[in-house]
Design a binder for this molecule. Structure first.
Ligand code: UDP
Ligand code: MG
Length: 180
């Protein structure tokens, strides 16, 4: 008999469970790359966060304007203020990095704005618009080059691959909160 394995990929921002336990990443095996073809375009979704520094400095409108003027459609949006456990789960891949503790303190230091963006090749496009992690290396005209104050306080987060996008979107949004 073949044992059916249940995909681990069904977690969303459930207030009942968050804050109590860490949310773990799904096994790579079960992650599907979801996109749709529309007029030859590869329509994807990605997670964007205006980080606590961006919200505190009144940059939410500026960031959203850049998305909306670049054919990136907002299909979900909410304000969040992450607990340590939520931030640790979200940035689990960086757990061993020396900056992890400081990053968690920063990401839990105040409210942030989480969004799902939809558009043609939106995952890569958002990364391009954001610029490199280190604002000193980010290209002219990118969000991080224009507004980040250091490598940590770099205003925005964006998923870096289709599988990361799947995980990160479901971390904050359930399917009823995404309005296509
Ligand atoms: N970060 C940091 N120091 C580093 C690298 C990263 O403080 O040397 C922070 C920064 O806020 C970054 C986040 O950790 O945005 C996640 O790092 P990642 O390498 O995933 O960069 P991103 O995908 O955000 O460009
Ligand atoms: Mg990253």
């Amino acid at each position: 008999m073949i044992e059916e394995k249940k995909p681990a990929f069904s977690r969303s921002w459930d207030p009942a469970c968050l804050g109590k336990s860490r949310v773990s990443r799904p096994s790579r095996l079960f992650v599907l790359y979801s996109f749709t073809m529309e007029d030859g375009k590869i329509m994807e979704r990605t997670l964007s966060i205006v980080k606590p520094d961006g919200v505190a400095r009144g940059l939410v409108g500026e960031v959203i304007k850049r998305f909306e003027t670049n054919e990136m459609k907002i299909v979900a949006l909410k304000m969040i203020h992450m607990t340590k456990a939520q931030a640790q789960g979200f940035y689990e891949v960086h757990e061993e990095r020396p900056f992890f503790g400081s990053l968690i303190d920063f990401m839990t230091s105040g409210p942030a704005v989480a969004m799902v963006l939809e558009g043609d090749h939106v995952i890569a496009k958002n990364r391009e618009l954001m610029g490199e992690t280190d604002c000193r290396k980010a290209a002219e005209g990118t969000i991080r080059r224009d507004f980040a104050t250091d490598i940590e306080k770099n205003v925005v987060h964006g998923s870096d691959s289709p599988e990361t996008a799947e995980f990160e979107i479901s971390y904050f949004f359930n399917k009823f909160e995404i309005v296509a």
